[in-house]
Design a protein around this ligand. Structure first.
Ligand code: PEP
Length: 242
């Protein structure tokens, strides 16, 4: 899977550029997560990608000004929802418990959740990365194991939007750890944190890296296409090796 998180970026003009240039690949599940306001426009343009939202509220309806419900996202054509992105954990003070509620709200609406987990630089320097990620996973999965529809995105906070990427070995180590904590889960585990055309192939070649969550490079159709291509090649190689 290659998922593009547009964060607070995008315009009708950018959507038109993607509609003209995005090259899907049958071997790679491709997803774009624009600001939710643009879902309808993206659906109308018929982009060669699934659509997702960057956040949902835990409730289906209610007095929650400014929020969107998972069910609303489904109505507008979304198939996936990010939950627990580190920027929301930081900016909106989302706790592990709040993230778990959103995860289950997405499932309630049959929106496949993409659970973001990852440690800060201070936590990694203190050697706490495994404990932090384990706690983030357990908060969500204490109620039940992940399914094949769920996606986990390992995003070391120190690598998001910084230009600094985890090495393939660091990514593999954490993805292997996540797979162990989740007892060999069928959920895909994708890597996020400054993925770009120059590092995607090496990251995706790792055994437990099932794709990428891409921020900055997902705003440029040519870069995004080349990351999708890298995922397709890694997928083919893994099948050939199996
Ligand atoms: C992200 O938005 O989740 C992300 C990983 O951003 P970037 O690729 O810009 O680091």
């Amino acid at each position: 899977m290659v998922a593009g998180n547009w964060k607070l970026h995008g315009s009708l003009q950018l959507i038109d550029r993607f509609a003209a240039a995005l090259l899907g690949n049958a071997a790679v599940e491709t997803l774009l997560l624009p600001p939710a306001l643009y879902l309808a426009a993206m659906r109308e343009r018929g982009l060669d990608a699934k659509l997702g939202v960057q956040n949902v509220h835990a409730a289906q309806t209610g007095a929650h000004t400014g929020e969107i419900a998972a069910e609303m996202a489904v109505e507008l054509g979304a198939s996936h929802a990010l939950v627990g992105h580190s920027e929301r954990r930081r900016d909106c003070l989302e706790t592990n418990a709040a993230v778990a509620a959103k995860f289950h709200a997405a499932r309630r609406a049959a929106l496949a959740p993409i659970l973001c987990v990852g440690e800060t630089l201070d936590e990694r320097r203190a050697g706490e990365e495994n404990d932090v990620v384990r706690a983030q996973l357990e908060a969500v999965f204490e109620a039940g194991a992940p399914t094949a529809d769920d996606v986990i995105a390992y995003e070391p906070v120190w690598a998001i939007g910084t230009g600094e990427t985890a090495t393939p070995a660091q990514a593999q180590a954490m993805h292997g750890f996540i797979r162990d904590v989740l007892r060999g889960t069928p959920a895909r585990i994708i890597y996020g944190g400054s993925v770009h055309p120059g590092n995607a192939a090496a990251l995706f070649a790792e055994q437990d890296v099932d794709g990428g969550l891409v921020g900055g490079a997902s705003l440029d159709p040519a870069q995004f296409n080349s990351i999708i291509e890298a995922a397709a090649e890694a997928n083919q190689q893994k099948h050939a090796d199996a």
